[in-house]
Design a protein around this ligand. Structure first.
Ligand SMILES: [Fe+2]
Ligand SMILES: [Fe+2]
Length: 448
């Protein structure tokens, strides 16, 4: 029995992940729904009804906790908790349509989820599947609601980030990676980006957690995804690009762990080894092209090649330009590397970064893509702390695509009133300089 239940949970989660990645009309969804439904029927052949519960971070059935399985489906568990679901009950007579609607409900973004989940499921006509909380007394229920808030979207985000990080580690350790699972987690991170893209851009462009390679990979992925989404790419395409961005420097981690671990200046030979990270990364990722897609090794291979193909590795037999995905990732890669330096050196102001990158227009970077990038991200990215020519301190709140050096800013050095100024319409006030939030703008940190 336990095995049948575990099997069903696995299939249910796979179907949920697929529902997040594809639309419900996609054949992959139908396939995984069939499998999940079959698993459910297997259990219901022996039982009138059964309940799956979430206890803490684990999935459970009766007194049994599925520890190993729970480890693998952390993001899905966080997602259920986020929806306020701690137990799911299935009763004999449940139809495939019920299961389909239920899964689609779980996969949907939580905009319509202000409602009680059970009420919502009843409204959309789901029968024989009921959901709720485990705790029944009112006081405890309240506590659970508070807890849910704490887990909230950040919990789901954190879990997804951890799983993405684990996948990077798996690839470095030559272990297998579940493609559906991985994309589901990328979606988890990116969905938050779609909802509050400004929040996440701020994370990627201004605020830094730390400077490890993993955060670089995540930042480049967020930027690439946002950039390609704004360029009009389809969901499938921007997920491919975001996935490729996550792994673009895998070769570098691989090399640094194996060979270079010295903090001093590198010799020419050592530089060559560092340069080999794109080819090495591609080689590692090639083994995963079935699960992660062919774009992933390709971008790793080409991300330093440059628009003019004069970078590295030297592609002697391929005279053509790099793939569009590689060109997108390479812009976001350099941009992130430069902003990262900014936290240590004041001289890397947004304006300087813009100048440095514009010098490579048509060489390292695709000219139109680079122009679009700054139109979208702005010269002064969302959340940048700036000193205005009138002496006020402000935070950048919105971009003007046609006037990238004059965004809409919010004055934070003065209280009250509407402090938003569109610098594009106020020609007498300009941005004088960028303030480093870690040093000269410390007191304004809570406002950013
Ligand atoms: Fe690189
Ligand atoms: Fe990079």
């Amino acid at each position: 029995m336990m095995e049948k239940i575990e099997q069903f949970i696995k299939r249910l989660i796979t179907c949920l992940q697929i529902a997040k990645i594809y639309t419900s009309s996609h054949p992959k969804f139908a396939e995984s729904l069939d499998a999940a439904y079959e698993g459910l029927q297997e259990v219901l052949r022996e039982k009138q009804e059964f309940t799956i519960g979430i206890v803490g971070e684990e999935v459970a059935y009766e007194k049994e906790i599925f520890f190993e399985l729970s480890q693998k489906i952390k993001a899905a568990i966080a997602l259920l908790k986020k929806k306020g679901i701690e137990r799911i009950n299935f009763t004999k007579g449940v139809s495939k349509d019920d299961l389909s609607k239920f899964i689609e409900y779980l996969a949907a973004q939580e905009t319509e989820q202000a409602q009680d989940p059970q009420k919502y499921l009843t409204t959309i006509g789901v029968r024989n599947i009921t959901v709720g909380k485990i705790k029944s007394s009112e006081g405890e229920e309240q506590a659970a609601v508070g807890e849910k808030k704490a887990v909230g979207s950040e919990g789901y985000y954190e879990e997804s980030v951890k799983t993405i990080e684990a996948s990077v580690e798996d690839i470095l350790g030559n272990r297998s990676v579940d493609g559906v699972d991985f994309r589901f987690n990328v979606i988890g991170v990116m969905e938050n980006l779609m909802k509050k893209h400004n929040e996440f851009l701020r994370l990627a462009t201004v605020k830094r957690y730390d400077s490890t390679t993993f955060w670089h990979l995540l930042n480049v992925s967020i930027l690439s995804m946002y950039f390609s989404w704004r360029l009009g790419f389809s969901k499938d395409d921007f997920l491919d690009i975001a996935t490729a961005a996550i792994f673009h420097d895998v070769g570098k981690i691989f090399i640094s762990r194996k060979i270079i671990q010295k903090p001093d200046k590198l010799s020419e030979e050592e530089f060559d080894i560092v340069r080999s990270h794109s080819a090495q990364g591609a080689q590692i990722l090639l083994k995963y092209s079935q699960t992660l897609g062919p774009i992933v090794p390709l971008v790793a291979f080409e991300h330093h090649l440059g628009y003019d193909a004069k970078g590295y590795p030297k592609k002697l037999t391929f005279p053509q330009k790099p793939h569009m995905a590689s060109l997108i990732v390479s812009i976001c890669d350099v941009y992130d590397a430069l902003t990262q330096r900014r936290s240590y050196k004041r001289e890397y102001s947004p304006a300087l970064i813009y100048d440095i990158m514009m010098k490579e227009k048509g060489r390292l970077f695709h000219p139109e893509l680079l122009e679009s990038f700054f139109k979208i991200i702005g010269l002064w990215p969302y959340g940048t702390l700036v000193l205005l020519s009138d002496g006020n301190v402000a935070v950048v709140r919105e971009q003007n695509a046609d006037d990238i050096s004059n965004p809409i800013v919010e004055i934070i050095s003065q209280e009250g009133g509407n402090n938003l100024i569109n610098l594009s319409n106020n020609r007498d006030i300009t941005i004088k300089q960028f303030l480093n939030p870690a040093s000269d703008g410390k007191q304004y940190l809570p406002f950013i």
